[in-house]
Design a protein around this ligand. Sequence first.
Ligand SMILES: [Zn+2]
Length: 720
Amino acid sequence: MEEDPLAYHKSVLKEEMLARRLRQAGDLRRVSQTREQLINEFASRPSPFSPVVRQIPRPRPEDFYRPCYLPLAQLKKIFLKDLKFETHHRGSFLLLRVFCQPFRKAAVMAAVEDETGDVDRVALFHTKEALRAFEVVPEGSVVSVKEPFYHLEEDGRYVLRVDHPSDMVVLDQHHKLCPEQWQNHEEMRLTALEWKHEGDKAFVREEYLEAHRCNTRGLARLDPDVDEGVRDLMRDLYHHRSSSNLRLHRYDATIPDAFLSTSNGRDDVSRSSDIEAWFRRGLANYQLCHYADALKAFERMLMLAPSSLKGREELKKTKTRLLEQQQGTYNFAEVIDEVTKNGFFADRASFISKTEVRQTQDRGRGLFASQDIRMGDLILCEKAFMAAHPDNRTPESTLPVWLNSVQKVIDNPSQSKDLLGLYAGEPRTSLVSAPMVDGSPVVDTFKVSRLLDLNGFSFVVGRESQAYGTSAMMTKTSPKSTGLWIRISNANHACLSNAVRSFIGDLIVLRAAKDIKSGEEITISYQNPAPLLEDRQKLLFSSWGFRCDCLLCTSEASLGVKMQTLADHVETSMAFMGDRNLNDVLTTDSELVMMAEIVAEDLEEVYADNLMHRLPCLGMADVWQWLSQTYCQTRNRIQLKRCATKILESYGYWITVQDSSITIDCAHGIPAVGVVEAMMYLSCVAEGEQKVELSQEFKTWARKVYEIVNGNMMGFELKY
Ligand SMILES: [Zn+2]
């Protein structure tokens, strides 16, 4: 980290700011700016087309507050003069008009006035990033801010701060709250047809939200119980609005609009509009992962237009998704190819049907097997609810995952149940969707931030085609992608887990580390298990707030593994590993080898109880690996065989060789790179001993464990 020369001054300013907030909290607002000052300030705003710089800091828990869950009709109107500093005005709302072109910095900033002519600024945080400021709150629009929060910002000025998008409502000119003085009489005289034209113009300008508003206003001007001519216009407006909805990623709303735009007419015009409507229903259902409905829609479309290429293409894609969803048949090589070309997003369906979510006895909800699953089998493959990858513009990938998740459920309330059902640090009630108030879903942005902290996964993309490129292992310095997966978030932790996760683009892949019986709980390790119990517990507690009581942890705590001795020995053994690049080690230095043997022997002694119970002894894996490598280089077959077997035992794999067949007891095995390597050493040794079948069998095991660790077979041949 570069040191900031101004850090000290900044921290002093921050202290002063906090003191000022505390001192002034509850005081009545004092007018600090005139309309002219604001007009000048907003005239020199940044261009609405300049790229947005993500400057929003993640909120601190002490700044969290809840959104307004009441409709406007139940709130009391107040004016800007009634505002108090640092106060959430619960039970009230402000009615305001935007009087300048707004701009976007960290938030969308708008200059507003109330009916008395008093002026101030609103800062709208967490609005959809793809929208420009003037699309979010057009100049001249009338808005209500629910339960306003008047807050001192970092720049030393007070502002009306809106953190939950549903706390601000843009009102239609015809809304009964809209005062006459603010009504735009020219707009109010527009007919439905004229609104349709306005909508078309906005659509061409790629202002889809505005196009949507125009179509909605047009529809409001129409009386449905009228002649066929008006019905055509109505269908037309729905048709256009479904198109805007699709562009705005509002798939929930696209479907009914497309439905209402179909005419089942026989003339060419209504036919072509119906074809489009079925196509949009297909696309929207596809995006919502409702593949069966998407399939029906594309089939209906193709009945009207059998030769449509785009229709056939979408139908084919949808059929593949259905197979993935129902049977878990993925072509992982193809997926890897796709994510590498496609910015790390995989257009794939989730396969989760081998699992179910149930209450555990003592750990809240858990993930359970709904059928027998064999070691190495795919348990699930899940597409991220949301994922983001670091780039120059956004080095911190949790921020976009947070903001985009909020936006996704605002745009598609049907998906809110998935997101809001995740554990957010408080006891979960029954699964709830975001409530609809004044026509919009209320989504608590801070709750989403909290559940992202508890459920988000960090991973590394971009190495999918390399060996172990998709495994969960990463270095401290690798740039981390962040993702949120719904089903797998229910899996509880165990260092000695029965399932292993890996990542391909924005897919998470879970494989069975051992045979799992139907009804058994599926566990994953939230971290790569550290050799020392204390280190494991510390990390788990600091990140997720619990201590692990898996078999490995309880055994190490009670079986008398001498912690301090173990720590010392592990440290010594680490010294042999150096930076893990063993190729330049002096292999002829027999004294060094002797020392390593002694360290390994000491470790075995400390781990005597673990070994007796065939539990992993992670602290000794490294030194056995070092020795194996050394004996491999000196071609000492007998020693290599011994040490490779010890590596396997370190990870909880116990082999019995009888003639050319192997039995492996891996009831407590932890699949790891070291296991694959040890199997390969043993395969080599067997080959050298002319035991072809045995060598093959070890290689088969190596492949099996590789697939579990890496999620798929890519990279194996390259490496071994
Ligand atoms: Zn544990």
